[in-house]
Design a protein around this ligand. Structure first.
Ligand code: GDP
Ligand code: GDP
Length: 456
């Protein structure tokens, strides 16, 4: 789900919900890095709605405890339930992201289903944290929770901190975007341009390096950053920390997303493949471009295909890197071209580079390819052309009640954002129609498009 527009002057809010005793308070403490909420063996002890501020990846947000909210049900303590519910309903409605916590050891209960049912209709993002996954052997317990219908679950152990970093990465990716000063829409949202990382220079392009364990991601990353091993800081309270690395290049600053694991040799175990997929997806959500590293000595596997499909579905442009090319003989080199056609055909025009991360061979072409992809993502559409498309769209299908877009301009890029000046409020459905017309007219493909409406 795409992040929404930020509300000026307010920290984004993350609500933690779930039935009693699944570990919400423990998770909050873990996120806050201190013991603030009450943890008790007795179900339902944390009653008050609590809001506390926390930060991750340098971004501040509030965490809201919803006090064990449950949908009303027969036989409950009516007055107590009603009081807690009203408060919690409001917290949930106001939250930018909702994290629903469930207990891996208990499986899906009726109350979990009630909570999930209530959240499935929500407009904003909802993440499922499967708690009490205390070690690797519990990893397979999480699949049951796909059945809640709220997307891929995140395995965590609130008690030990395991997986909480990955969960927070995903929460950050789902929060409304911050707008760096001067980049876009300053006239629309005064006072929200407070991205601490922007520092007035050109905004960095975010790039994630993803692929199967052992494909050569760390080797590639270390080669790309050279000797510049800056910005290492550990976030206390989590086992796995997300650290981005910003590197100056001739294209301007490039932010490599979630590079913590690439600084040391990653451990490889049975769950590694699974965790690396989850982690890759959350990294992709935070990036403008994904580099998909494929181990060419193994070929394009089903897992590579699955990852590529997800990157594609997220609307993230991708560059495919066939790594370890140095180890292939002529026959193998021919075979892999066939693999690409068969398994990655849906990526269409995505650049494919043959490289050796170990020797650096073939990497000279990477920056020029990135430049091309970035240009597309940052495309600017001439004002005249936007207005022509909107005029035609409105002629074919006028908005109800005499509402009309008078004039439009592309206020920002990455992603392309258009400001529409209208004589009155436009219905949502009509905006979606206009969005489609703009997308089609300018070949914006799967790049997300934003529309802002201002009354004139
Ligand atoms: P809440 O009612 O949902 O807020 O749950 P609490 O945070 O009070 O936790 C309920 C119980 O589950 C407590 O006994 C916690 O110690 C325990 N607990 C919480 N997280 C974990 C975890 O990751 N692993 C295990 N084994 N127990 C946990
Ligand atoms: P990661 O798990 O994706 O981060 O993979 P690593 O970067 O740790 O690489 C896994 C193994 O492949 C290591 O032994 C690397 O030395 C090796 N490797 C990485 N890139 C290349 C390459 O281009 N050629 C060869 N021959 N080996 C490579």
């Amino acid at each position: 789900m795409r992040p929404s527009t930020p509300i000026p002057g307010r920290l984004p809010a993350v609500a933690i919900v779930g039935r009693p005793n699944v570990g919400k308070s423990t998770l909050m403490n873990r996120i806050l890095g201190r013991r603030e909420a009450i943890v008790a063996e007795q179900p339902g002890v944390t009653r008050d709605r609590k809001e506390m501020s926390a930060s991750w990846q340098g971004r501040e947000f509030t965490v809201v405890d919803t006090g064990g909210w449950l949908p009303p049900r027969a036989g409950g303590n009516a007055s107590m339930d009603a009081k807690v519910s009203a408060q919690s309903e409001r917290s949930m409605a106001e939250a930018d992201v909702v994290v629903v916590v469930v207990d891996s050891q208990a499986g899906i209960t009726g109350d979990d289903e009630g909570v999930a049912g209530r959240l499935r209709g929500r407009a904003g993002p909802v993440l499922v944290a499967v708690n009490k996954v205390d070690d690797e052997s519990h990893g397979n317990l999480i699949w049951e929770f796909v059945g809640l219908g709220l997307g891929d679950p995140f395995p965590v152990s609130a008690l030990h901190g395991r997986g909480v970093g990955d969960l927070l990465d995903a929460v950050m990716a789902a929060l409304p975007e911050q707008e760096p000063p001067g980049r876009s829409g300053a006239e629309d949202n005064p006072g929200t341009g407070n991205d601490p990382g922007a520092g007035g220079s050109s905004p960095s392009v975010s790039v994630s390096i993803v692929g199967r364990p052992n494909a050569g991601k760390s080797t590639l990353f270390n080669r790309l950053i050279g000797d510049d091993r800056s910005v290492v800081h550990d976030q206390p309270g989590t086992t796995r920390d997300a650290i981005d690395t910003v590197v100056q290049t001739e294209l301007g600053p490039i932010r490599f997303v979630d590079t913590a694991g690439m600084r040391r040799r990653a451990r490889i175990d049975e769950a590694a493949e699974y965790y690396s997929l989850l982690r890759a997806l959350s990294a992709v959500d935070r990036s403008d471009i994904a580099l998909l590293v494929v181990d060419a000595t193994v070929g394009v596997t089903h897992q590579d295909q699955r990852l590529a499909e997800r990157i594609d579905a997220a609307g993230c442009p991708v560059v495919v890197l066939l790594n370890k090319w140095d180890r292939l003989d002529t026959e193998a080199r021919g075979a892999i071209a066939f693999d690409i056609d068969r398994r990655l055909h849906f990526l269409g025009e995505a650049p494919v580079l043959r490289i050796s991360a170990l020797s650096g061979k073939g990497l000279g072409r990477l920056l020029p390819e990135l430049r091309g992809v970035i240009a597309e993502y940052r495309r600017r559409v001439p004002t005249q052309a936007v207005n022509r498309v909107l005029r035609d769209a409105q002629a074919a299908h006028p908005a109800p009640d005499g509402a009309r877009v008078l004039y439009a301009t592309q206020g920002a890029t990455d992603p392309p954002t258009f400001t529409l000046f209208a004589n009155r409020t436009l219905p949502r459905t009509y905006l979606r129609y206009l969005e489609h017309r703009i997308r089609d007219a300018f070949d914006l493909g799967s790049v997300p498009v934003k529309l802002r409406v201002r009354r004139r």
